[in-house]
Every structure is written in C-alpha cells, then in structure tokens.
Design a protein around this ligand. Structure first.
Ligand code: GAP
Length: 433
C-alpha cells in the first residue's frame, strides 16, 4: 500500500492537491485542488450524480446555500450536541479530544490535563451589514439540513411520490480538533448527501437497500473490494438523530476509517423543523388521505475522502525494464485527463501541427492535453502518474500514413489508429472496463 508521504508528494508535484495558503505557511487541515485535482474531484461528483440522479426516476437534485437561518441548527440539535469533549495539556498547552486519549496524561509531553470542556465544531460568522446589529450564524456542518428545509418546496415542485430522494453535493465546515492524515479530516470539505424519504414502516427495507447500493458504487468505480468493509455503529456512538447507522470503511494507510455513513434519521429532522418553525413538513398520502411524516434514509459521503480513497487504491508502483513506474490506475470515468497528445519531434512543425489538430478535435467533450516539454519516455511517466488512460503520439510516419500511436496506460500496449477514426476509437476505449 502507498506510503502517505509518497502520495502527498505526488499530489503536490502533479497538481492534484496543495496545502491552502502555502505562501503564508498554510492553514491547518484546509486543502486546495490543483489543475489535475479539480478534474478528479469533479469527476467523482459527476459519477455520484450520474448514479444517484440521472440513472433514477425517484431522485431529484438540489443546491442549497451554505448560510442558513440560525434556528436551523437549534432544531437539528447541532447547537446542543455537535460538540467534542476537549482537554488541554497544562504543560505544552496542546488540545486533545478526550475520547481519543488512551491515558490521563498528555500523549505529547506527559504533562497533566485539564478537566474536559465542550467545544462546538460549527464555525460562526455574522450576517448583516450594520455593525452591532448583525446576527451570528453558522457555516453549515452538513449539507443535509438544506434538504430538510426544502422538503416542501421540492415536493410541490417535483410532485414526487414516496419513496423518493433529494441529492446534493456541496461544502461543509467543521472546526475539527483531531486533524492530520492529509485530506481525510478537513475543516472545509465537500459532502455528497442523499435524503431518501420513505414510508415509516418501510425504513428497514430502504436502509438495507442503500447500504448495499452505496457500497457497490465504490466497487463499480474500481475500489478493490478487499479494501472496503461495512461497520454497524454501536448504540452509544450513534449520532443524536440516528436510529441506526452503517459506516462504509476504507483500508487507508493509517487504518480502517469511515468513507461514508448510511443512517436511518427517522422523522427526527422534519419533526424538529416543524416544531421550531411552526410550519407543516408533511407528505399527503393519496391512498389514506392522511398526512404522514416520512422517515429518512441518509447516505452521506465525503467528496474529499472519496478522492483520497480513489487515489490510494489506484496507486501502483511497477518495474518496467528495471525502471520504476508509478501509475494511477484510476477508473476511466474518474481519470482527470482522458488523453494526452505528444509530437515525437517538436522541431518538426508538420508533426506539431498534426498533434495540435488532434487535441482540438478530441477536446471539448473531454479533457485532452498537448505536451511537448520533455522526451516521450518522460511524457508517458508524467501522464501515468496522474492516471491518463491514453497517450497519443504523432511521429514522422504519421505524416505519410495519417496514423498515430495510441498507448494504453495499464497494459502499455500500443496501437496504430487512423487520425480520422481517433475520436470514435477513443470514445469506445474510454467505455471499456
Ligand atoms: N449528514 C450526516 C453527516 O454529516 P457525518 O458522518 O458527520 O454525517 C458524513 O459526515 C461524511 O462526510 C463522512 O462519512 C465523511 O466522508 C465526510 N466528512 C465528515 N467530516 C469530514 C471532515 N472533517 N473532513 C472530510 N470529510 C468529512
């Protein structure tokens, strides 16, 4: 398995992930996605949206705001319960989560610890333009509440019948104390969440369905099954809103850890918001002519954690003719760049021109790049390191036979393909498993 140090270094070198505000010394547990990373991240979200919205008739999308009415977080229980118990070391002044400590001494310097204090994880900010009259609001710590508050709007607009779901991806913020492990636990991150509304008596059936569905999503996108497992929550670790929860865990280099949680949130959130807002948040059942408050099954995953797991799982180091080759064997749907085009000789204008025309023809619907900044061997290695499935080389012979060499990332086999059939060949190849 990849050493995290090697992965972090590859991510920086190849423009996948950078430390936020690095020129000022960085901000802890906040990360920026570079030119290659933004493509990977967008592809992960696109694959999730395709599987959960476009491929289903029982799901619709939403893009709710990060800033929400302050009462939202009172009703949801986050003001009262979304907190960690923290202790401080009296000697070195470092702060720790009490539940992560093994003994009663500071794990860093052995000093004595203070009594624990509650520390809410939500970031606060102020809304309003008049100083002194602004109101404190929170940056959302989960995207889910935007879905619950929009339940009546979406229901009216979409006329969906139970069971149906609302899907959303977006930023969430948590002032995490235990950080580290690269992008695993960030203070600013993205979630992919579904709130799936069901008849209360059908909750278990849909809970089991979603656990299975979400587990298979990762496998279908190339994660090795032996690196994934399901872990049911113990009663005492369930979130305040959950009746049951399964984590999908991934075998990260730092141990098995949560990739996604699937929770049965019951009717907790809709009832709480109805209670605090005084508005009805119900579904009118045409059969019984009665209002019901649906139960909610919530598959909630992190985009950044999924990206990290896909990077780790696809990372391979191979020996090719006694040389080391690092290659990301990413699923083709996730690959940031679908093809890279090189001129074998960059001092031959006809070859450069032909290569650039190929890029122009192939690009647009997919990300295709041109590169002539190194020798062919180095250009191949560079693209292997970011998981580009195909490299296309234009050589002297191409000028005569109008064919180019297409090299496969995984097998490293090469095909000669007519330049005018390249787009259809690439489309077919990108569909192959
Ligand atoms: N709405 C339910 C909810 O937010 P959660 O288990 O707290 O549940 C869901 O978060 C997912 O969001 C996690 O499984 C993880 O993938 C991601 N996530 C949570 N906190 C995170 C953090 N600090 N950094 C990166 N991802 C995080």
């Amino acid at each position: 398995m990849v050493d995290m140090k090697d992965l972090v270094s590859l991510c920086k070198r190849r423009g996948i992930i950078f430390q936020s505000s690095e020129v000022y010394g960085g901000v802890g547990s906040v990360w920026d996605y570079g030119p290659v990373g933004v493509e990977l991240k967008n592809n992960v979200k696109r694959a999730w949206w395709k599987a959960n919205v476009y491929s289903r008739s029982d799901m619709v999308g939403l893009d709710a705001s990060i800033l929400m009415h302050p009462k939202t977080w009172e009703a949801s229980g986050h003001v009262a319960s979304f907190a960690d118990l923290l202790v401080d070391c009296k000697k070195c002044k470092k702060r720790f989560r009490e539940d992560k400590l093994k003994g009663k001494k500071c794990p860093e310097c052995g000093g004595g610890l203070t009594d624990s204090r509650r520390f809410n994880l939500m970031f606060k900010t102020a809304i309003g333009s008049v100083e002194g009259q602004s109101t404190t609001i929170h940056l959302r710590p989960e995207t889910a509440q935007g879905i619950f508050l929009n339940f009546p709007n979406v229901l009216n607009a979409s006329r969906k019948k139970l069971p149906f779901g609302i899907a959303q991806t977006g930023k969430a913020f948590r002032n995490e104390i235990t950080t580290g492990n690269f992008t695993f636990r960030c203070r600013e991150f993205e979630q992919m969440e579904i709130e799936y509304f069901v008849r209360p008596e059908e909750d278990q059936k849909w809970y089991d369905y979603w656990v299975n569905e979400r587990f298979n999503w990762y496998i279908n996108l190339g994660i090795d099954k032996k690196n994934l497992k399901l872990r049911p929550h113990e009663k005492d670790e369930l979130a305040h809103y959950a009746k049951s929860c399964h984590d999908i865990e991934y075998n990260f280099p730092f141990g098995w850890s949560e990739l996604e949680g699937i929770a049965n949130r019951t009717d907790f959130d809709l009832k709480q918001h109805a209670l605090i807002s005084g508005k009805e948040l119900v579904y009118f059942d045409e059969e019984t002519k009665k209002n019901i408050v649906p139960y909610v099954i919530e598959p909630s995953g992190g985009v950044d954690r999924a990206v990290l797991a896909f990077l780790i799982d696809s990372y391979n180091v191979e020996k090719v003719k006694s040389q080391k080759r690092t290659v990301l064997k990413l699923h083709k749907d996730l690959a940031p760049i679908k093809a890279a085009v090189f001129p074998l000789l960059r001092n031959r204008p006809e070859i450069v021109e032909m290569a650039q025309k190929i890029v122009k023809d192939l690009a647009g619907d997919r990300y295709v790049v041109y590169d002539d900044t190194a020798s062919i061997g180095r250009l191949y290695r560079r693209q292997d390191e970011i998981g580009t499935p195909y490299c296309i080389t234009v050589d002297v012979q191409s000028l005569d036979d109008k064919k180019v060499t297409v090299r496969d990332r995984d097998s490293m086999e090469q095909d000669r393909i007519s330049a005018d059939k390249l787009e259809s060949a690439l489309i077919e190849k990108l569909k192959e498993a």
